[in-house]
Design a protein around this ligand. Structure first.
Ligand code: MG
Length: 243
C-alpha cells in the first residue's frame, strides 16, 4: 500500500466503515491523492505523457520493415505519409495504456471507399484501428474509420470533413497469455473526436485483411505502428500514457 498521507487526515473521515479490499475508511483523508496532471503547449498534452510525436521530427520513429529511420515528411507540426516508403513504428515498445493520435485526410478528395485517406493505427504493430476519410464515403463497415479492421465496425462515424483534424483516444489492454494459451483477449476502447466508437471491446486477435484471425502468444509491449496505404494522411500530437 502507498503510505498514508497522515497530514491530510483532516480532509476526510476516520469514523466511517472500512472499505473492502483497500484498508481505507469511506472518505479517508489519508488515502493518497491522485497525482496531479498539468498540461502544456497548444495541444494541451498531459504533462506526464510520453510524447511520441511532438511535431518537429521523426526521432523515435523507424521503418516497420527495415528498422531504418522513418522517411515520412515532417512540416508545419505534422508528419505525412510519403507513399511507398512503408509503414513506420516507434523505436520503443509500448504496452497497456492511453494512446492519443490526431490525423487529417487531404482536403483534396481523391479516390473512394478504402482508397480515400486510408491509413491505420496499429497497437503493438498488430491490431489496426482504421484510419480512413469516411466523410460521405461509404465502404464495408468493418473497414470504416475507427473500425477494428476486419472484425468490428465502430458504434458511430463522427469523422470531420476532409482537411480538418480528427482525434483518436484509444484505451488499450493487451491480451494475456500463459505459455501457448490465451488467458484473456485484448480489450479496446476507442473515442473518435470525443465520441465512443468501441467500449471495452474484446478483440478476436490481430487484425487481418480478408481472413479470420486468432491469437498467438506475443510480448505485452511492442512498437506502435502507422500505416502507409498510399494516401497523403497526416498525423500530429501523438502521445501515450501507460496505465
Ligand atoms: Mg488502413
Amino acid at each position: 500500500m502507498i503510505p498514508r498521507q497522515e497530514e491530510n487526515a483532516h480532509l476526510g473521515y476516520s469514523d466511517t466503515p472500512v472499505l473492502p479490499d483497500s484498508g481505507y475508511t469511506v472518505h479517508d483523508g489519508t488515502r493518497p491523492q491522485p497525482p496531479t496532471v498539468r498540461f502544456s503547449g497548444p495541444h494541451h498534452v498531459p504533462g506526464d505523457a510520453v510524447v511520441l510525436f511532438g511535431g518537429d521530427s521523426l526521432d523515435g520513429w523507424v521503418s516497420k520493415k527495415t528498422g531504418e529511420p522513418a522517411k515520412w515528411a515532417v512540416a508545419d507540426g505534422c508528419m505525412t505519409v510519403v507513399p511507398g516508403t512503408g509503414d513506420i513504428r516507434t523505436a520503443r515498445d509500448l504496452g497497456d495504456g492511453h494512446y492519443h493520435v490526431e490525423f487529417r485526410s487531404p482536403a483534396e478528395i481523391k479516390g473512394k471507399g478504402q482508397g480515400r485517406g486510408n491509413s491505420g493505427i496499429f497497437l503493438l504493430g498488430l491490431y489496426e484501428v482504421q484510419v480512413l476519410d469516411n466523410y460521405d464515403n461509404p465502404t464495408y463497415p468493418d473497414g470504416t474509420v475507427g473500425a477494428i479492421y476486419g472484425q468490428f465496425p465502430p458504434l458511430a462515424n463522427p469523422i470531420h470533413a476532409p482537411g480538418d483534424w480528427n482525434t483518436f483516444d484509444i484505451i488499450w489492454k493487451g491480451p494475456i497469455f500463459e505459455g501457448e494459451s490465451l488467458v484473456s483477449p485484448a480489450v479496446i476502447t476507442v473515442l473518435l473526436n470525443g465520441v465512443v466508437q468501441h467500449h471495452a471491446k474484446p478483440l478476436q486477435g490481430p487484425t487481418k485483411h480478408k481472413e479470420l484471425t486468432g491469437y498467438e502468444p506475443h510480448d505485452p509491449a511492442l512498437p506502435l505502428a502507422l500505416q502507409d496505404h498510399g494516401d497523403l494522411v497526416s498525423f500530429r500530437n501523438i502521445w501515450y500514457r501507460p496505465i
